[in-house]
Write a protein of this length. Structure first.
Length: 103
């Protein structure tokens, strides 16, 4: 990847929303929920504190995280879509993440 986040930012790739309901009904793009979970692809060094030290990042590359529906900034680089957000926008890290085949 050609992106390296700065400060306390992370780069994630959203996990695609389900395209059909549990009953088998296909959902059009306009009816699908905006994804709120993704796989962490890159992590910045941490936030610079007032005393000059860096705060440790709780999130690491490979984590699957939940984030706010409208958090972060969506960017497209070389045809791939990513979301850049601050580590404070992450709501939770999933412990037993589902298969990442769709990422």
């Amino acid at each position: 990847m050609n992106l390296q986040p700065i400060s306390d930012r992370i780069i994630i790739q959203a996990i695609q929303a389900e395209e059909k309901t549990s009953g088998g009904i296909l959902l059009p793009d306009s009816a699908q929920e905006k994804p709120q979970q993704g796989k962490v692809l890159a992590v910045g060094p941490g936030k610079l504190l007032n005393n000059g030290s860096l705060s440790a990042m709780d999130i690491k590359v490979g984590d699957v995280v939940l984030y706010g529906k409208y958090s972060g900034t969506e960017v497209t680089v070389s045809g791939n879509e990513y979301i850049i957000l601050r580590s404070s926008d992450v709501l939770a890290v999933m412990q037993n993440a589902p298969s990442m085949a769709s990422v």
